[in-house]
Design a protein around this ligand. Structure first.
Ligand code: ADP
Ligand code: ZN
Ligand code: ZN
Length: 732
């Protein structure tokens, strides 16, 4: 008797054995393919399972196994390489395999819905219908008309019937007589046309040539090109080549906000099937895109993080744009890095992978140094733009208005008068980060987190940016009942209010996650900005990532100090990346760009580095430091975290995991902790962490496996949750 080994979405890090559905013959069982979905009983529920393998034996007695209810797909909907990728990811990230496999399937399929081919609904004749002599249904003219239409062409869309006045009732009557049946119309194949690209400058041409030479089989490349150096143009021309070979291109981008812009550039260049995949889409839209990628009718698939698991019929190229961006790492649940998964996928699919960035991650630079990735560099801006000049503004003892110095305000005014746009970067949303009592010193704190409430004005609320809690703004101090409540610090709303008053003749566009909540808000705003009329753009990181705003000639970093003192080992890297990216928004077209950094610490090494050293040299210095300290990418990090409403249970749990794991820990691995997380209480939960630092990937994998099995074996206390994070982004 064969046993089906299945992946099922559950918190358990293992596969599950089932017997085939009762009615199924041994031959049919033998013909099953990995990836086919089944419905199975799982506890009291009926759930979707993914076939991983058909086996001869089970570790459990056969009598203990349940039968699956049914096989849901006639054949596997996803290619075998993608299943192998899921298998790898489940092992590498020590994540429950069912959760990982489900990432390869569109949501309705995870829920067990029948697979529907994409395409228009239509009708065709049955064999019986085909044999009918013309004029057979003369007594019912409507049906005769439908029949004539069907006999004239083999399939007819519902749409066409509707145009000719044939409604669904008539068609149902034909179906009842077994003369016609519904079907899905195959989509006509699109002839791909690539419109000619720009003529490349020598650096771009050399890069493209090198990439084209390596287009067969797996290879991984890092394109390190300063902001505006024409990386996207290189992507487009490489994709044209990929499409010429009848293969698909997968393009990952970090932010939903970038999709309209990316889509526009791609659809201007290519007449081809282009789909986008991101969480902002409706379910039906997303399903269609997934299906188009799977069947190959989409030639180019553009998507955010989770799109790395999209099935592709014939992939030829995977591009990860802005590869350094931390949003490629999922921070909860299945904590994978889409960049790293993309590289693994290229390896399994045997196709080229291209990582691009103006500010590559130290991980990728490390891989270049180790000879794993090939490096290509674009050192100059393409086209007309020159790299911006950067200047620090010492704001010590200066009068600031809504955080802005006189020098910045003058510069803003000049640019607006000259018909250009300015971009002010302030990485804090809300009106002010603190509400305080001037009489007694009370501050408004979130009840559930070790954090202060942020004051919002539009609408007026106190909001916690960590757990989402919100409350009314108090009129008097809850501690001394005084009425001298004041705000301290600065957020985008406050600066926006000021700018609107000060620059009444020009529009102020605020871009942060509060102002951009509506579905198409970002798309609409980007096209408004790109009309190029003078305007002030004020925003958080959301505004700075990868956007190409040709009319921006001045970028001001309102609070550079906020970036200077990070406790995280990646703090310096992040700051350099962020500032370089922000600065890179200036002067991308005909107007020369200027960048002003407001700081109280003009002599701080990180500020000096921004002014005098380019990112590329800075990054290589930082890499040397990481090598000395053994931190990633030189060493490997894994964190075991706990979350519990009790203040100390997490520490007890991690302590016991630690002492159980220590005797079997491989050489070259060390444990630090348990330590409280930097923000220890969040959303009412106390958080602890046990940090594993290993000298290489293999050691880290082995040690992480030990930690996970000890954690699984440790006595569970009610309400304590733990999770493992391989290659964490942050130490919290
Ligand atoms: P990146 O992706 O590196 O930030 P982009 O591809 O957005 O850079 O290019 C920046 C600008 O330079 C765009 O307006 C683009 O049209 C232009 N550009 C790129 N390559 C060339 C080229 N070879 N000749 C002229 N203009 C170019
Ligand atoms: Zn008070
Ligand atoms: Zn909170």
């Amino acid at each position: 008797m064969s046993v089906l080994r299945l992946a099922i979405q559950s918190p358990l890090r293992r596969l599950f054995d089932y017997l085939p559905p009762r009615a199924m013959s041994e031959d049919d069982v033998a013909a099953l393919q990995p990836g086919q979905r089944l419905s199975v009983p799982f506890g009291p529920r009926r759930v979707t399972a993914y076939l991983v393998a058909v086996c001869e034996h089970s570790e459990l007695p056969l009598s203990a196994l349940k039968h699956a209810y049914a096989v849901l797909d006639e054949s596997s909907l996803v290619p075998a390489t993608l299943l192998r990728l899921c298998d790898w990811a489940a092992r590498y990230y020590h994540h429950p395999p069912g959760d990982v496999y489900s990432a390869a399937f569109a949501r309705p399929l995870r829920a067990g819905k029948a697979h529907k081919e994409a395409g228009a609904a239509g009708w065709r004749l049955t064999t019986q219908g085909m044999g009918l002599p013309p004029g057979a249904l003369a007594r019912s003219p409507r049906q005769a008309q439908a029949l004539a239409l069907l006999q004239a062409s083999s399939v007819v869309s519902v749409e066409k019937f509707k145009q000719d006045g044939v409604g669904p009732a008539i068609l149902r009557q034909l179906a009842k007589k077994q003369l016609a049946q519904p079907c899905i119309l195959a989509q006509p194949p699109i002839t791909v046309i690539s419109h000619p690209g720009l003529s490349l400058n020598p650096e771009q041409a050399e890069t493209l040539r090198a990439l084209q030479q390596a287009q067969e089989g797996f290879s991984c490349h890092l394109l390190e090109g300063v902001t505006g150096s024409g990386k996207t143009e290189v992507y487009l021309q490489l994709i044209a080549d990929c499409l010429d070979h009848n293969r698909q291109a997968l393009v990952l981008i970090p932010e939903i906000g970038l999709t309209p812009q990316t889509l526009q550039r791609f659809s201007q260049r290519f007449d081809a099937g282009i789909v986008v995949l991101h969480s902002g889409l409706g379910e039906a839209e997303r399903y269609r895109a997934w299906e188009a990628a799977r069947t190959g009718s989409a030639h180019i698939v553009i998507g955010t993080r989770s799109a790395v698991f999209t099935p592709l019929r014939n992939p030829g190229l995977i591009i990860v744009d802005e590869e350094h961006d931390s949003s490629y790492k999922q921070q909860d649940g299945f904590r994978y890095s889409a960049r790293d998964v993309a590289v693994k996928r290229g390896q399994l699919e045997g196709c080229q992978v291209l990582l691009g960035s103006a500010t590559p991650s130290l991980e990728s630079l490390h891989n270049v140094a180790a000879g794993r990735y090939q490096l290509h560099r674009l050192r100059q801006r393409a086209g007309t733009g020159a790299l911006p000049t950067i200047k620090a503004i010492d704001i010590r003892r200066q009068e600031l208005r809504a955080g802005l110095s006189g020098e910045v305000l003058t510069a803003v005014e000049e640019k607006l008068q000259a018909g250009q746009q300015v971009l002010l970067f302030l990485n804090r949303r809300g009106y002010a980060p603190t509400m305080q009592c001037h009489d007694c010193g009370w501050t408004a704190q979130c009840n559930a987190c070790d954090a202060r409430f942020t004051v919002h004005r539009h609408p007026a609320r106190l909001r916690c940016h960590h757990c989402g809690a919100a409350t009314d703004v108090p009129r008097q101090c809850p501690q001394c009942h005084g009425s001298s409540l004041i705000t301290a610090g600065l957020g985008t709303e406050q600066t926006e209010d000021f700018l609107r008053q000060r620059f009444q003749h020009w529009p102020v566009f605020r871009v942060d996650s509060d102002s951009m909540q509506a579905r198409h808000a970002m798309r609409d705003l980007v096209s408004l900005i790109n009309e190029g009329k003078p305007a002030i753009l004020l925003g958080t990181q959301m505004l700075t990532k990868g956007h190409h705003f040709p009319a921006v000639s001045l970028v001001a970093v309102v609070d550079a100090d906020a970036l200077l003192f990070s406790a995280d080992f990646r703090g310096e890297e992040r700051m350099a990346q962020l500032l370089t990216q922000v600065a890179g928004r200036a002067g991308r077209a005909e107007f020369p760009g200027e960048v002003l950094l407001q700081t109280h610490y003009p002599d701080h090494p990180a500020v000096q580095a921004m002014l005098n050293v380019d990112y590329s040299d800075q990054a290589r210095n930082m890499l040397t430091h990481r090598q000395d300290s053994g931190m990633p990418p030189a060493g490997q990090l894994v964190i075991l975290r706990t979350d519990c409403s009790d203040a100390t249970w997490g520490a007890d749990f991690l302590q016991s995991v630690r002492s159980e794991a220590l005797p079997t820990l491989p050489a070259g691995a060390q444990l630090v902790g348990p330590l409280p997380s930097p923000m220890q209480r969040r959303a009412g939960m106390y958080r602890w962490q046990l940090i594993l630092l290993a000298r290489d990937r293999k050691t880290a994998q082995q040690a992480a496996g030990t930690l996970v099995s000890r954690a699984e074996a440790a006595p569970a206390r009610r309400g304590l949750k733990w999770s493992i994070d391989v290659d964490p982004q942050d130490l919290y």
